[in-house]
Design a protein. Structure first.
Length: 255
């Protein structure tokens, strides 16, 4: 009788311990599942950083060149590069360039400074560029403080083919660039911008010339263009140009 009771007690204890172990295992499994869900729902800091770096850029040092033309007007040439250092296309909007003297005092602020090209691909550089007049008492040495507007591009990077480029000197505009633009897309191109960056042998940007085609360019057609600056220092001539980059593209608005 005692033996039978001992056997029954042992069996009941074994069942109780087994049930307890199963309950603990189920609870642990449930906690692990919940933790797994939380981990998958919240990206790690490293993942967030990688996402941010997909659209990235670097604003280079701005440059201001001041000169006085033949009739005594004072001019400034403003150049500020922006390079796409990320993995996505960027859209560049018109920006503001503050001009400071050597003591950091604000001399002038130029707003709505144009940038070319508007859409740049990874590794490409766009330039905020302007030639404009200054007051006669402006200092000869100025520093550019850029305020650029750069976003991830929501529009396509459209480029038309530029060919037959020729660079010559002009009496009043400094340098003239002529060539042809071909619309090798399947759609009519409207409000086509044409710009050329002119570099010296050390790859320094000397100037940018620009024009807009007056009429829409039908698909498959080719047309000539003539582009020049508004005004350039006499020291910059066609002989100084070692190489160039030319772009033609339809105006694309991004809001």
């Amino acid at each position: 009788m005692k033996t039978t009771f001992r056997i029954l007690s042992t069996a009941m204890l074994t069942l109780a311990l087994t049930a307890c172990g199963s309950s603990s295992s189920a609870a642990a499994s449930e906690k692990a599942s919940e933790a797994e869900k939380e981990t998958s729902a919240e990206p790690t800091e490293e993942t967030n950083e990688e996402t941010k770096e997909e659209a990235a850029w670097e604003t280079g040092e701005g440059r201001a060149t001041v000169w006085t033309d033949s009739i005594g007007s004072k001019w400034v040439q403003i150049i500020c590069p922006v390079t796409n250092t990320g993995t996505k296309n960027l859209y560049l909007s018109a920006g503001t360039m503050d001009l400071e003297d050597t003591d950091g005092n604000l001399v002038d602020s130029k707003t709505m400074v144009s940038v070319f090209p508007e859409v740049i691909q990874p590794g490409e550089t766009g330039y905020y560029y302007e030639e404009t007049t200054l007051s006669e008492d402006s200092p000869e040495e100025l520093t550019v403080v850029p305020h650029v507007k750069v976003d991830e591009a929501k529009v396509d990077c459209l480029r038309l083919t530029v060919s037959d480029v020729n660079i010559t000197d002009e009496d009043y505009m400094g340098i003239k660039v002529t060539g042809r633009v071909e619309n090798d897309t399947e759609e009519e191109a409207k409000l086509v911008y044409v710009t050329a960056f002119l570099y010296d042998a050390d790859n320094n940007l000397l100037a940018s010339v620009f024009t807009i085609l007056p009429d829409a360019l039908p698909a498959g057609e080719k047309i000539g263009f003539s582009a020049s600056g508004l005004s350039l220092p006499d020291s910059i001539t066609a002989d100084m140009v070692d190489h160039y980059e030319a772009y033609a593209y339809p105006q694309q608005f991004q809001f």
